[in-house]
Ligand binder design. Structure first.
Ligand code: BGC
Length: 249
């Protein structure tokens, strides 16, 4: 029987959800979204998640919940772009209470990286890969031989005396009205620093900006290979469901 799992990707601005056929590796129907409630506390967010789930086709098995924070032993440990009341929260327990299903709670960039490595831009790449998601913050996921090193927080690496995500995220690009050359100057500095520290074989650049790769690729200066993410904004939802399936769901 086809396995259809619900994937949810919580962001600072929007919560996205979709049902994923994990064997075919694609969405069944639409990717839907709703604005992230403000404040973005667990109590405020669960009714939004229930509302999204109710609009989607029926799913089986556990839910994958991708979240913009470090997730250790099932609990959120940080909250850079989300309400601080999430720190210590057990995402799987909240989903169980809300949707009456088991869940896998994981970092959002890790989830997006799983989708790209299994099915997208990193498929078949056996070397070292750094996946970066440019959105409200910068998310990161590291892979070697296709295996994830979870909870890397390379968006918080210090750059010019500040968190790099406060220097080079897509949100900063929009907020400061940076054009592609001005933003790429910043992204190049960021990639250079990571190149010097990690020497990956491949960078995958994700988030909505990946759809504009052709516009900014000529401005990239990077020793490693750089590819756009294939699944853009869908990657978190796809990867959350795939990871939930891989975790034994
Ligand atoms: C968070 C990460 C997250 C990234 C992208 C950062 O601010 O610390 O955990 O992956 O934003 O959402």
């Amino acid at each position: 029987m086809t396995r259809r799992l619900l994937g949810i990707d919580v962001g600072g601005s929007f919560i996205k959800a979709g049902v994923v056929d994990v064997e075919a590796g694609r969405l069944v129907g639409e990717l839907i979204s709703a604005p992230t409630p403000q404040p973005s506390s667990p109590e405020a967010m669960m009714p939004t998640i229930a509302g999204l789930a109710a609009q989607l086709p029926e799913a089986t098995g556990p839910v994958g919940l991708a979240f913009p924070a470090v997730v250790k032993s099932g609990k959120a440990r940080t909250a850079a772009n989300i309400d601080h009341s999430w720190i210590g929260a057990d995402g799987a327990a909240l989903i169980r209470r809300t949707l009456n299903r088991d869940a896998l709670f994981l970092n959002d960039a890790d989830a997006a990286g799983v989708a790209e490595m299994r099915l997208g831009a990193g498929r078949g790449v056996s070397g070292s890969v750094v996946m970066l998601t440019f959105g409200t913050g910068i998310g990161s996921a590291l892979f070697v031989g296709g295996r994830l090193f979870p909870n890397t927080e390379l968006g918080h690496m210090e750059l010019n005396g500040m968190d790099s995500e406060k220097y080079a995220s897509a949100h900063i690009k929009a907020m400061l009205g940076l054009d592609w050359p001005a933003w790429m100057d910043r992204v190049n500095v960021y990639l250079d620093r990571m190149q010097a520290l990690l020497w990956p074989d491949l960078f995958i650049l994700g988030g909505a900006i990946s759809e504009r790769f052709a516009d900014f690729a000529p401005l990239l200066h990077c020793e490693a290979q750089v590819r756009p993410a294939q699944f853009g904004n869908q990657a978190g939802v796809l990867g959350a469901a795939l990871a939930a399936a891989e975790a034994g769901g």
